[in-house]
Ligand binder design. Structure first.
Ligand SMILES: [Zn+2]
Length: 157
C-alpha cells in the first residue's frame, strides 16, 4: 500500500516590525509506534488532541513501523515494551497457551543492575526485547523482536 508522505513544513524565521526574531513552527505528528516525526499534523489530528481523543494509528506512514502493521494483518500479536507497559506485557505473555517463560532482562547501567527489557522463552529460541522494542508473537507461537529505531537526538524536541 503506497502512502503519500506528509508535508513537512520547516521552521520559519522572520523579523517582526520591532526587529525581534520570530520562529514560526508547524505542529508535527509523531508515529504512535516509535515516536519519530512523520511530518505536519493535520487539522483533524490537532482537534482530536484538543478534544482529548486518542491519536489514530498512523504506523503505516512510518517506514520503521509499517512491517509491524503488516505482521498484525497476517495474524501476529504485537506488544510495545516500555517501562510503563512492562508488567502488563509480561502478564499477557504469561497467560498465553502454550505457556511461555518470561523473565526480566537485567544489565548494569551506571554501576547499578537494572531491568532493561524482557526475556521470552528459553535456550536457543529465546529472544530479548529491550524497552522501546516491539515483541511479535507469530501464528506458529514463535517470538521475534522488532527493534526500536535509533532515534537521532536532533530529530527529537
Ligand atoms: Zn514508527
Amino acid at each position: 500500500m503506497a502512502v503519500t508522505p506528509r508535508t513537512n513544513t520547516p521552521d520559519r524565521k522572520t523579523t517582526n516590525n520591532e526587529g525581534r526574531a520570530i520562529t514560526t513552527v508547524t505542529v508535527k505528528r509523531a508515529c504512535n509506534g516509535c515516536g519519530q516525526y512523520l511530518g505536519d499534523a493535520t487539522e483533524a489530528e490537532i482537534w482530536r488532541a484538543v478534544d482529548g481523543l486518542p491519536a489514530e494509528d498512523v504506523r503505516t506512514e512510518c517506514e520503521h513501523c509499517r512491517p509491524l502493521v503488516e505482521l498484525e494483518a497476517a495474524g501476529c500479536r504485537t506488544w510495545q515494551l516500555t517501562p510503563r507497559s512492562y508488567s502488563r506485557v509480561a502478564h499477557e505473555i504469561d497467560q498465553l497457551k502454550p505457556w511461555v517463560f518470561t523473565k526480566g532482562y537485567f544489565q548494569t547501567v551506571e554501576e547499578e543492575l537494572q531491568v532493561v527489557g524482557l526475556r521470552i522463552g528459553t535456550g536457543e529460541t529465546r529472544v530479548v526485547a529491550y524497552f522501546g522494542d516491539w515483541i511479535i508473537r507469530h501464528p506458529d507461537g514463535g517470538f521475534t523482536v522488532h527493534k526500536a529505531p535509533a532515534i537521532e537526538e536532533t530529530t527529537r524536541g
